[in-house]
Design a protein. Structure first.
Lengths: 237, 237
DNA sequence: ATGGATAAAAATCTCGAGAAAACATTGACG
DNA sequence: CGTCAATGTTTTCTCGAGATTTTTATCCAT
């Protein structure tokens, strides 16, 4: 059929239920690392964590290995696992690479996307807008839902890009940037008018104005970099 | 210090000795998959492979997980592991994405590379040329050494690119394309004058002619795609 | 003969204990 | 007083067996 995200997929978010304990532990761990519960550079001792996540040693090991795939955890030879360190340089790199890939993908999406793609974009934007409303409550669940829907929105935007590899790399980079964004959101919760930026992207995309859409998207992504740049250096430990 | 590959690194190739059994099994498996010993789509049964690679079940499992990182193996929920399938579409995607990343990286390398980088490039090209001579013997070892030095050459070319992520993604894509290149080399061993192409890239790079260098590099990469396109379809099973 | 359901078989996933390696502390020697 | 070496502790890595799930084969009913 087509390779685009269907509207129902958007509605269902990314609710692949974890079928294995290792994957469940993997998701929990990933969330905890992105949330900052495990600090960058922290050692991840299997003996200590296997109780916390209620799985066996080998299982937790597998979960950690999966996190190495996402580059959220680094494995050092015979010296165990560690939460991937963060730095401003790294985030600059992530951001610029993301801009490179995401603009190319968006161009192709705008060029090739069909009605189904347009509907997906509109739907994802709607879901995101709703989540923005609930964000007023200030609950953790609301913020988490917003994060997820924001991710889906960016994913759907480029879902008509025919390159699976570009989309794959974009996913990885998005996960990475999520760690940094949490840091900036913690300090200056809602300074930017993110909604307007997203709206502008959607408008330009549906108008098939690739140049305008990529321009806004680039600024949109770079703005987060600026926000992180203004953070106190000690947060990037 | 600097982040470039040192000349000695080039000489030493990529000889990180595997310090763990899992990593050793991972490398063997990776080589076997790229070599085509395990065919695309094949099921990788842990029970059967753990004897073949002389490791425990859990260890082999870890090795397989590492291969998922390189996208050479796909893991399906509770249904075990499988060699990643191949297709012409996939290789087109890999190639185009590789061109995108590698040209950007080469541009930056040419712009930012210092004397050390130039020396690395010359050294890697020399190593590759020597391997080309030995290629006449037709031994497996010679071809394998050429493959490795070709990889190093492309890696060193973009080693002055400051983006670790671009280089990381390029590594993954190179590994992928290696699978397909083996297929094409099997049929038409040495039809192209690869040496001249590499020489032209080196010349343009050292002359700091980014436009020319990226142009040649792009053609160079695309040529392999054309070679694979001409393969009989049944090889892409 | 075809389709569905049950049961046997195979493979995967999970767990805990033993072996190997790395780390930290302490003591001795120059 | 500083450096080096040896020892003990901690942590990681590895292995084989048991529990779940998937797959295959068989059998009965339509």
């Amino acid at each position: 059929m087509n390779d685009f995200a269907s509207v129902s997929d958007v509605a269902a978010s990314h609710a692949d239920s974890p079928k294995t304990l290792a994957e469940a532990a993997y998701r929990q761990l990933r969330r905890d690392i992105i949330e900052g519960i495990h600090h960058p550079g922290d050692k991840l001792r299997v003996e200590h964590l296997k109780d916390q996540y209620s799985v066996g040693a080998g299982t937790l090991r597998e979960a950690l290995q999966l996190l190495v795939t996402d580059a959220l955890v680094v494995a050092q030879g015979q010296r165990g696992f560690r939460v991937a360190p963060i730095s401003l340089d790294d985030f600059e790199d992530i951001t610029r690479t993301r801009v490179l890939l995401e603009t190319v993908a968006l161009q192709q999406s705008i060029e090739l996307g069909d009605d189904n793609w347009e509907a997906s974009v509109v739907a994802a934007f709607h879901m995101l807008s709703r989540a923005e409303d609930k964000l007023e409550d200030g609950t953790d669940a609301a913020r988490e839902e917003w994060e997820e829907r924001n991710r889906v929105f960016h994913e759907v935007l480029i879902s008509a890009c025919p390159s699976r590899w570009v989309r794959h790399f974009q996913n990885i980079l998005y996960l990475q940037s999520e760690r940094y964004r949490r840091l900036s959101l913690f300090r200056q919760p809602i300074s930017r008018d993110v909604h307007a930026e997203h709206q502008a992207i959607v408008d330009a995309a549906l108008a098939r104005n690739a140049q305008e859409a990529t321009r806004i998207l680039t600024e949109h992504i770079l703005r987060t970099l600026e926000a992180v740049r203004k953070l106190p250096a000690n947060l990037l430990s």
